[in-house]
Design a protein around this ligand. Structure first.
Ligand code: ITT
Ligand code: NA
Length: 199
């Protein structure tokens, strides 16, 4: 049977397929794009967990199939946690990774090394058509570079250097990023729950 990945973000889909590939789940993983007739859910939550649950429930309800969703973003200490849940549309254009990253860099241009701490956060949610829900979170802490580096990954990866790393997330291989990332942690924590509820 199918397990819906309730996302239209191609970077997330690639990572989720890799993270869930070794899970031993017998489910076929399909993205939201397999259901073009289902409208996008409005992300009205005020936390990553609320938005992840909104996305998962919307897809599970509409398809009658179990759905997992990811809501994630970059939280910058000196900005009080912004862009946070607004990370995908920080520049005003949803999903314009380059514009979002450049605006953030401009906002941080006067901020020195020791005040550039930030973390990626990911809420991973599972929803079943009967309304059953679970949600877990993962984080990746690091420091924001002044100049982007690397071409792997997506979003803010070229400016986040994980603690203990000399490279940005965009300079890590996909395997290296998934091993330490907010998304890797969250979905690996969700897996036992998925196995328990889906069998
Ligand atoms: P869906 O709602 O369809 O899943 P989205 O891109 O709108 O796609 P979010 O609302 O969760 O998803 O926004 C996530 C944004 O946070 C994403 O667009 C990136 O800008 C940023 N982000 C999340 N995870 C990231 C990662 O691993 N590396 C870099 N940036 C990331
Ligand atoms: Na969001």
């Amino acid at each position: 049977t199918r397990l819906i990945l309730a996302t239209r973000n191609p970077g997330k889909i690639t990572e989720l397929r890799a993270i869930l590939a070794d899970s031993g789940l017998g489910h076929e993983l399909v993205g939201t794009d397999a259901y073009p007739e289902i409208p996008d859910v409005r992300e009205t939550g005020v936390t990553f967990a609320e938005n992840a649950l909104l996305k998962a429930h919307a897809l599970a309800r509409a398809t009658g199939l179990p759905a997992v969703a990811d809501d994630s973003g970059l939280c910058v200490d000196v900005l009080g946690g912004a862009p946070g849940i607004f990370s995908a549309r920080w520049s005003g254009t949803h999903g314009d990774d380059t514009a979002n990253l450049e605006l953030l860099l401009a906002q941080l241009s006067d901020i020195s090394e020791e005040h550039r701490a930030a973390h990626f956060a990911c809420a991973a949610a599972l929803a079943l058509p009967d309304g059953t829900e679970r949600v877990v979170e993962g984080r990746l802490r690091g420091t924001l570079r002044h100049v982007p580096a690397g071409t792997n990954g997506f979003g803010y990866d070229p400016i986040l250097q994980p603690d203990g790393e000399t490279r940005t997330c965009a300079q890590l291989s996909p395997e290296e990023k998934n091993a330490i990332s907010h998304r890797g942690k969250a979905f690996r924590a969700l897996l036992p729950v998925v196995r328990e509820l889906l069998g």
